[in-house]
Design a protein around this ligand. Structure first.
Ligand code: SF4
Length: 207
């Protein structure tokens, strides 16, 4: 069983996949206590891998039984079969505390790409299609590669330090809780290896 805080369908708000539809699976619990953490992940309900997959499928408009019924009733509805699938984004808290081979195998039956947002302090199982590592100050990384490195800029952060410690194809720098955007822009203009990541879901007031 897995401790799940919430499962919902929305747009990815930040980083490389900004604007991409995704089913978010938020795991309860984290091994860190960042002072700026703005995620409420304490509550949870226990779910099996099969229950999680069923919830993901129900939220994915390409797979849900609701969409199938509507399409049957109204042939003018656009077919979704040829469109790209929404992502599954495993997030938290720290999803690597709970994600294992059994859950990944079950989630792969949906045919949806599986992404994870991790602080990088725990080893990851194989079978994840996209790794976003958002490392935190004063921690030791357990992974050395990621698809995307996303660093939250605070007064104490040295972004270049993380470039030495983790290899990633994409490097994003993000304001801390939307507060220091000007500082992040100035930093990126002087360090063009970084790209700006905004928490667009907060500006748009979506989940
Ligand atoms: S690693 Fe992420 S989820 Fe965990 S405490 Fe820090 S900001 Fe919150």
């Amino acid at each position: 069983m897995y401790r799940i805080n919430e499962i919902f369908y929305s747009l990815q708000g930040e980083g490389y996949h900004t604007g991409t539809p995704a089913v978010f699976v938020r795991f309860s619990g984290c091994n860190l206590r960042c002072p700026f953490c703005d995620t409420d992940f304490a509550d949870y309900k226990e779910m099996s891998a099969e229950e999680i997959v069923a919830a993901v499928k129900e939220l994915n408009p390409k797979l849900s039984t609701l969409n199938s019924k509507l399409s049957t009733l109204n042939s003018k509805l656009p077919t979704l079969n040829s469109t790209p699938s929404p992502l599954i984004i495993l997030t938290g808290g720290e999803p690597a505390l709970q994600v294992d081979d059994a859950l990944l195998t079950a989630l792969h039956t949906t045919g949806m790409p599986i992404c994870i947002e991790t602080n990088g302090t725990l080893a990851l199982p194989d079978g994840i299609d996209w790794v976003t590592c958002s490392p935190k100050l004063g921690t030791r990384l357990a992974i050395s590669h990621a698809d995307e490195l996303k660093v939250v800029l605070t007064e104490e952060t040295n972004p270049e330090q993380w470039l030495q410690l983790i290899q990633a194809k994409h490097h994003f720098l993000q304001p801390c809780s939307c507060q220091n955007t000007d500082q992040v822009i100035r930093y990126i203009l002087c360090h063009p290896q970084w790209r700006l990541s905004l928490q667009t879901h907060k500006y748009l007031h979506i989940q």
